[in-house]
Design a protein around this ligand. Sequence first.
Ligand SMILES: [Zn+2]
Ligand SMILES: [Zn+2]
Length: 343
Amino acid sequence: MHREPLLSFTPKGIYCSRADVYIDPHRPVHRALITHGHSDHAIAGHQYYLCTQLTAAILRYRLGSFYQIQTHDFGIPLDINGVRFSFHPAGHIPGSAQVRVAYRDEIWVVTGDYKTEADALCENYELVPCHHLVTESTFALPVYQWQPQPVILGEILDWYQKNQEQGKSTLLLAYALGKSQRLIHLIPPEIPVYTQGSVEQTTDILRKAGLKLRKTIPLSSRLTKKEIQKGITLTPASEINNPWVRSLISPVTATVSGWMTLNTIRKNQAANHGFALSDHVDWTSLNQVVRACGARKIWVTHGYTEAYSKWLKTLGYEAEAVREGYRFEANRSAENQERAGED
Ligand SMILES: [Zn+2]
Ligand SMILES: [Zn+2]
């Protein structure tokens, strides 16, 4: 007997009609399960939100506390109209979840954004076996292969050391939610970390929600330029042309993002140094997940959907690119993604 698919891709987003629930919808809906707090996954205007505890703290901060936001722990099943939902760690940013959806003998997993490398801060990614995998494909090209985190950290610290020797101020450009906290956690405690406003606020929200993070020092006029020069300053890239940056002692900047892979390859570091530290799966890890989860069908969203689904077909998988038209924002250029924190 033909049965309607458990999940479908609608103009409002990924939908489970049997439970009347959306996952990361990009238009306002009645009930939304949210994988994580980045703005392209969690918009304002839903009636009810369901997410993990850290994501809820982020949403209350970002969207306002008047929203009905309920929390649900990782790994605990929740039945909605006979459909069993559960959150599983996605390893993308603190609190980020994959959503497992099970009905009778059919299991779907929606990854949201994810990365498989443990970063010592996020809950470690969990491989969830399924029949249908809905995976992101932000970096689904063979050129994107990440170096292990300790290697990138070593490069960042070497660069900082060189800047110290030359009397320069070190600024890392990083998205306020996710990448900044990862860096705060990685930078050795003897190096002071100075934080721009939105980085400090986001970090503070996560600390209050229970995330253990070392001390940071909010930038303020009470600090001397010499103090700031001795440490590492974290700021979103959008601040780079603001006067406070130029007022520092010989400021030098580096973007921390998976997109920096291409900069490194081209040695195009004239304007901006970069470190390819990403919160997403790289090419190799993505293919490993596809193999290991055992899915018979792969739905590719969010990135190189066409190219990656074609590649999977050559390997013999049943694969489909989820049309970008289903998404609210059609333009997924690297620049926009960085602005949205998709790095
Ligand atoms: Zn994200
Ligand atoms: Zn995303």
